[in-house]
Design a binder for this molecule. Structure first.
Ligand code: AMP
Ligand code: TRP
Length: 346
């Protein structure tokens, strides 16, 4: 696998990222987020959060929420995140996230939030029926990141706008309270072959937990037969695979499958096309892609199943992570409150 380029070696850098426990993880989450988490953990201090406060911006049945929180944690560990190295925890276990989010709700402007495309997509036609939490979701995300003064955030491309908002909030806070440089202007780490994995049924839509068709995505927990059948049925066009990357333009489904192959095998798209260009999809390329997916994902899902068999152990690991996270968060929040002018702790 190609590792994401981490711009600066070590030192004053801190990485934060999160995944919502709102459904099963898919290949987009794996390539867009988890693979980067693993690569970064040895380079600098990393915090990886299961963002359960974000998940409840849409209805989550309480029993499912607990199980899914553990499942996301298990996916982090199974993908290779080492809880002795990175800090892995559930967002709701560190109340400072909510507290900083309130302060940031008073920094962010309505006009900024009105521009957020994810809110528009998720609230759909009836935005008056969406929760208020869904609207302020990106403010909580900024609090997640800045509570630790994180400098870098590995995410998929869909999070770009939220990271821009995080910088806007940091800059406005620093300016309004005359605290230059107090919060860093955090950078997204989006680059990489897995930044935007598309649906297997529609090359124009991103692979997503919320797509009603299970055929549109590869879940981390899919078995080998399911993966093979989803890839066999994945939408393509009637032309053979092109010989050059330029000729993938205007062929979103072909581009996506070649991109997935490249990301999983650590090759460039050009290298993949050097092997498969000129051939049809069905005979050789799709079976090879299915084999590659099974080879990469089967060990992850087997390890997830093993870890999920002992939920108490996952809870203990998350609780230990939350303690470490709080130790970092408390002084930053205390200083923030002092800057704002609150009297507590003076
Ligand atoms: P979510 O499932 O929305 O909490 O997303 C968790 C992480 O996976 C975020 O970093 C997303 O940007 C990333 N992600 C989600 N869908 C995709 C996709 N189709 N391609 C690449 N990354 C994705
Ligand atoms: N909004 C992110 C997503 O849907 C999840 C998230 C919440 C997050 N807080 C974060 C990602 C902080 C990175 C950093 O994928």
């Amino acid at each position: 696998m190609t590792e994401p380029a981490f711009p600066v070696a070590t030192g004053e850098h801190r990485v934060f990222s999160g995944v919502q426990p709102s459904g099963a993880l898919h290949l987009g989450n794996y390539l867009g987020a988890l693979v980067k988490f693993v690569a970064l953990q040895h380079q600098t201090q990393c915090l990886y959060c299961v963002v359960d406060l974000h998940a409840i911006t849409a209805w989550q049945a309480p029993k499912t929420l607990a199980a899914q929180t553990r499942e996301i944690a298990a996916a982090y560990f199974a993908a290779g995140v080492d809880p002795a190295e990175a800090i892995v925890f559930a967002q709701s276990a560190v109340p400072e996230h909510s507290e900083l989010a309130w302060i940031f709700n008073c920094v962010a402007r309505l006009g900024w939030l009105d521009r957020m495309t994810q809110f528009k997509e998720k609230s759909g036609k009836h935005k008056e029926r969406a929760s208020v939490g869904l609207y302020t979701y990106p403010v909580l995300q900024a609090a997640d990141i800045l509570l630790y003064k994180a400098t870098h955030v590995p995410v998929g491309e869909d999070q770009k706008q939220h990271l821009e908002l995080t910088r806007d909030i940091a800059a406005k806070f620093n300016h309004d309270f005359d605290a230059p440089g107090f919060f860093p202007l955090t950078e997204a780490l989006i680059e990489g072959p897995g930044a935007r994995i598309m649906s297997l049924r529609d090359g124009a839509a991103k692979m997503s937990k919320s797509d009603p068709s299970d055929q549109s995505r590869i879940n981390l927990t899919d078995d080998a037969d399911t993966i093979a059948s989803k890839i066999r049925r994945a939408k393509t066009d009637p032309l053979p695979l092109p010989e050059s990357v330029d000729d993938l333009k205007g062929r979103p489904e072909a581009d996506n499958l070649v991109g997935i192959f490249a990301a999983l095998s650590g090759q460039t798209k050009a290298q993949v096309l050097a092997s498969y260009g000129g051939q049809g999809f069905g005979q050789i390329f799709k079976p090879a892609l299915a084999d590659l997916l099974v080879e990469r994902l089967a060990p992850v899902s087997a390890e997830m199943r093993r870890l999920m068999a002992d939920p108490a152990e996952i809870d203990r690991t998350l609780a230990a992570g939350a303690q470490r996270a709080r130790a970092l968060a408390e002084p930053i929040l205390a200083e923030t409150k002092r800057i704002v002018g609150f009297t507590a702790g003076r």
